[in-house]
Design a protein around this ligand. Structure first.
Ligand code: AMP
Ligand code: TRP
Length: 327
């Protein structure tokens, strides 16, 4: 079975982009691969947050992932900081990456732009991400399009390390979904849906009320062409709706486009399809929020399973790079 690894930051509520771009594929992968899913709380420390809020957000995200269908019996769900090997291998990766290649990372450019103070951790973020992936001898990394560059860097670092110090890491590949890989903001369809957007009107959160979801789609920004084509360049708003409807109903966006002539019905049907997609998830989330013991137990089991794999790979990397073995 292929080994799968992916991660998500506990920096805000899960939204439709996370679900369609990543988490939905994790739920499918858990049954046909040996999968590890990690709430990357150390990555969340790279940007400022309210002191004391991180633990709560980590728990809430873990509950949301379980609600989306991750099954602790079928996959390994754990919190990054519970497995200290991530930080140890992260340092080895910092010493493998060059300043120049990290400076080219677009996520760093986006997140640091206009900030008064930028942490050193935000700059070295992709090296910790590489450590996350390489620690599990990962074959496949299911992510949205925005992570492609980080996975490419991970591959480069693995190959460089292997060439310098001998065969150590499996070189992983990104798996990016056809529809949903890049869900755009409903109000600014030229920007990806992201928890850092300035207003909530363009973001569909996993636990938005059905009426709120329908309203957000009704008010989605489109264009004045009056035609329905899947053309992300020429008609970004309409194409985003088509992609979301396609991803929510398991069809192809080009195919869905043929069913519509007007924007009103497209918006209404997309809103309804998303409400239906989220309904069972919202019900499970309500239950899990009232039952933190179940979430904690899942994370404890996950950390145990993750540690046993991570310790072996870290030991291999430390020996190959020439650190004195602990015996
Ligand atoms: P993040 O919330 O940045 O930690 O992202 C978690 C996962 O969701 C990653 O695999 C991202 O690629 C994916 N993702 C985030 N935003 C979007 C989006 N707007 N469309 C598709 N995938 C996304
Ligand atoms: N950088 C990823 C994001 O912003 C989160 C992440 C951290 C990740 N480590 C990972 C994703 C390892 C895949 C694999 O979405």
């Amino acid at each position: 079975m292929p080994r799968v690894f992916s991660g998500i930051q506990p920096t805000g509520e899960l939204h439709l982009g996370n679900l369609l771009g990543a988490v939905r594929n994790w739920v499918e992968d858990q049954h046909r691969s040996d999968s590890f899913y990690c709430v990357v709380d150390l990555h969340a420390l790279t940007v400022p947050s309210e002191p004391g809020s991180l633990g709560r957000q980590t728990m809430d995200l873990a509950a949301a992932l379980l609600a989306c269908g991750l099954d602790p019996e079928a996959c390994t769900l754990f919190v990054q900081s519970h497995v200290p090997e991530h930080s140890s291998l992260g340092w080895l990766m910092q010493c493998t990456a060059s300043f120049g290649e990290l400076r080219r990372m677009t996520q760093f450019k986006d997140k640091s732009q206009g900030q008064e103070s930028v942490s050193a951790g935000l700059f070295t973020y992709p090296t910790l991400q590489a450590a996350d992936i390489l620690l599990y001898d990962t074959d496949q990394v299911p992510v949205g399009e925005d992570q492609r560059q980080h996975i490419e860097l991970t591959r480069d670092l693995a190959e460089r390390f292997n060439a310098r110090f001998g065969e150590t890491f499996v070189v992983p590949s990104a798996t990016i979904p056809r529809d949903g890989a890049r869900v755009m903001d409903l109000q600014q369809p030229d920007r990806k849906m992201s928890k850092s957007s300035s207003t909530d009107a363009g973001i569909v959160f996993l636990d938005d009320d059905p009426a709120v979801i329908v309203r957000k789609f009704k008010r989605a920004v489109t264009d004045s062409l009056g035609e329905v084509h899947h053309d992300p360049e020429g008609q970004p708003g309409v194409s985003n709706l088509l992609s979301i409807l396609a991803a929510a109903t398991g069809r192809a966006a080009e195919d869905v486009a043929g069913d519509y002539r007007q924007y009103g019905p497209l918006k209404a049907d997309t809103g309804e399809a998303v409400v239906e997609l989220l309904r069972p998830i919202q019900e499970r989330l309500r239950d899990l929020r009232g039952d933190p013991g179940t979430v904690e137990a899942a994370l404890r089991t996950g950390a145990g399973k993750a540690s046993s794999v991570a310790a072996g790979v870290l030991d291999r990397a430390e020996r190959n790079i020439g650190l004195l073995p602990r015996t």
